[in-house]
Design a protein around this ligand. Structure first.
Ligand code: ZN
Length: 131
């Protein structure tokens, strides 16, 4: 089953989408299988990271800004090449195992929608596959 979600994002940041993905799995009725979480945008991404210390999310963005600064050599007229680089580096999707009707994530892991060029209204998809 395919589910789609919309969210409003900050200028830059990680938005926890674990509860929405878990809800999709519940609605699908799939107990054992996997799911794909996909971001259909070129300046955003999906990742899995720590859910305990909120400073990790802040440091994640600060680190990405250091690794992918907005450089004068960029030619893209929209002026957001740094966000395009971050999007591809992090990746458009994550695949997570479903066990016992729940996401098989580590204790400290959650799923995040990563915004690199907001604020915007964004979408993401969850494909739930049994088996
Ligand atoms: Zn662009």
């Amino acid at each position: 089953m395919l589910f789609d979600f919309t969210l409003s994002t900050p200028a830059q940041g990680l938005v926890d989408i674990t509860a929405e993905v878990q809800e999709a799995i519940k609605e699908s009725g799939v107990n054992e299988g996997y799911c794909i979480v996909f971001c259909p945008h070129t300046t955003a991404a999906i990742t899995i990271n720590e859910n305990a210390d909120p400073d990790v999310k802040t440091d994640f963005i600060a680190g990405m800004d250091r690794v992918f600064p907005d450089l004068e050599i960029f030619r893209h007229s929209e002026g957001n090449s740094d966000a395009h680089l971050k999007s591809s580096a992090v990746g458009a999707s994550e695949t997570v195992i479903i066990s016992g009707g729940k996401l098989l994530l580590g204790t400290w892991q959650d799923l995040y929608f990563c915004e690199f060029d907001g604020p915007r209204k964004r979408k993401f998809y969850v494909k739930v596959i049994g088996g």
